[in-house]
Every structure is written in C-alpha cells, then in structure tokens.
Design a binder for this molecule. Structure first.
Ligand code: PLP
Length: 285
C-alpha cells in the first residue's frame, strides 16, 4: 500500500512519524474518513469543511486548501487502484521535539499529515444492511467536545469491545437518559412515519452522512424531528438506524435484546439507504 506522509507518497513500510508527535503522545489531532465508491470520493466537500472546522476549534493550522486535499485524496486512490473502501486522513499538531502539555508555537511546529486507504469490497452491497444490526446501550462518558473529530477514540473502542462481549454489533451511548450517538455513527428512530434524531450540539459529531441524509429525507418528503430520544423510546419505535461515512445508512433491529419493530430492517431505513447510495454515487468526485 502507498501512504501519504507530509507531502510524500511512500510504501507503508517506509512511512515514518516522530515519537514526539503530539498525535501519538496526547491524541492532539483530528481525522476524517471518506468513503470511495466506483473509485470516487463520497460527500467529499462535507469532509473537508468539517476538517477545517475541527482544526480551527483546536487552533491547528489547516495544512491545505480544499482543492489540495482533493488532489491528495485522488492521487492516493489512484496509486492504490482503490475502487471501493475508504481514505483515512489525520492531521496532528506535530512534533515539538519535547513533551509538554502546552501547545507548541505554531510558527515553529508544523502539523503532521497522514493519509492512507483501506480497501473494502462490499461496502455498498453490505449483507449487514439486509440483516440489520444489533446494539446495546452504554453510558456516554466521553468529553464535552464531541463535535470535534479528534483521534481520542479510546472510549468508543471500549464501547465496541463491550458490544462484542455482548455478542452484538455496536453500542449506543446514553447521557442524562437520552441517546447521544453510536460509537462511530449518528442514530435515528422512526415512529409513525416520523424520523427522530438528536439535534446538533457539542454533544455529538456533526455527521457528514447525517447532513446528506436529512437533505435526501426532505427531498423525499419524509418528516424529520430533531430532538433527543430515550432508549425506551427507541425500543418501542417502528424502526431504528444509524449513519456514518463507512456504513452509509444501517438498519438497527435490536436494542439491549429487545426487537425494534418486526426485528427486520424497516421500509424507511431501507429506502433511505437506497436513496443515499444512489445520490452519493452521482455526487461523488
Ligand atoms: N458520530 C461519531 C462519534 C463518529 O465517530 C462518526 C464517524 O466516524 C459519526 C458520528 C458519523 O459521522 P460521518 O457521517 O461524518 O462519518
């Protein structure tokens, strides 16, 4: 595999990052994941816009403009002959040479930029979307700036392991009685034809797939209510699903052992997955 590190395209075994990099020592960095379908980038503009916002919130200089980001993504996709999968992009605050809690002077320390691809045949034609996924609920004990897409992913990883240990696919995070989001996705329920999802705030990541889904739902004349919902409400819903750049729209058929609706993927989630895949393939760059 060819990866990108600070301006160079290198075989992965030759790629190097400093042990003093603040991404490594302090999780001081942000990332994006963009799906690739038919060799093209899905929702690309949204991902570069959110990257710019995450960097600005942390006071890390954005090393590239939108056009340059696109060029690097395309070059990496081409060099790896990637047709279906994802591009992972990470920008950290860089390597100040010494470990210190205070941020280094941005005039001296440049951000570290790493990109790599992961091939995932069957991303779009995913059997899990036909079966639906099972989730458990767990407490959301993450920090208060979940709107920034940082590489600090320890609790979401622990959540995935709790799900695995329970024999299910993912965990939904719960704070003050309400579901915030999944370990790596935004969550929705459908009741009486209305789609319910938590409104944007610092409590959740502002999903790029979420934004696209809400646009497509409006175009399809589906009603969306942006308000928090509880786990009990989700269990009693007609349908549940989640969205993310790598799962697109994924039906959820079981929460904490209770069947949602009929226990099979519902019509709204199934239709939205089709619309999302059709539209995002058309809009891919
Ligand atoms: N919420 C969290 C915590 C995530 O990690 C992610 C994606 O990684 C999402 C939501 C979905 O965001 P997107 O649709 O931009 O992939």
């Amino acid at each position: 595999r060819i990866v990108y590190v600070n301006g160079e395209y290198l075989p992965e075994a030759e790629a190097r990052v400093s042990v003093f990099d603040r991404g490594f020592l302090m999780a001081d960095g942000v990332y994006e994941v963009t799906s690739v379908l038919d060799g093209k980038l899905v929702d690309f503009a949204g991902h570069t816009q959110r990257l710019a916002r995450s960097l600005a919130e942390l006071g890390i200089e954005n090393p590239m403009g939108a056009e340059e980001w696109l060029a690097v993504h395309r070059e990496l996709v081409a060099r790896n002959a990637l047709t279906e999968g994802m591009v992972y992009l990470q920008v950290t605050r860089g390597n100040p040479g010494d470990r210190d809690f205070a941020f280094p002077d941005p005039a001296v320390t440049k951000p570290t930029v790493v990109l790599f691809t992961q091939s995932k045949p069957g991303l779009a034609d995913n059997p899990a979307a036909k079966a639906g996924m099972k989730v458990i609920s767990i407490p959301d004990i993450r920090w208060g700036r979940r709107d920034i897409k940082t590489v600090q992913l320890l609790y979401p990883s622990m959540g995935k392991m709790m799900a695995k240990a329970a024999g299910v696919d993912d965990a939904w995070l719960v704070e003050d009685g309400f579901v915030t989001e999944g370990t790596s996705n935004n969550v929705y329920i459908v009741k009486g034809g209305r789609i319910v999802t938590r409104p944007l705030s610092n409590d959740i990541l502002h999903g790029i797939t979420r934004a696209a889904l809400l646009r497509y739902a409006a175009e399809a004349q589906l009603t969306v209510e942006e308000r928090p919902f509880t786990v009990d409400e989700a269990k009693a819903a007609d349908e549940a699903f989640f969205t993310s750049a790598s799962a697109f729209v994924m039906p959820v058929v079981e929460i904490d052992g209770a069947k949602v609706g009929t226990g099979a993927p519902g019509p709204v989630a199934t239709r939205l997955r089709e619309i999302y895949l059709d539209e995002s393939r058309k809009a891919a760059v």
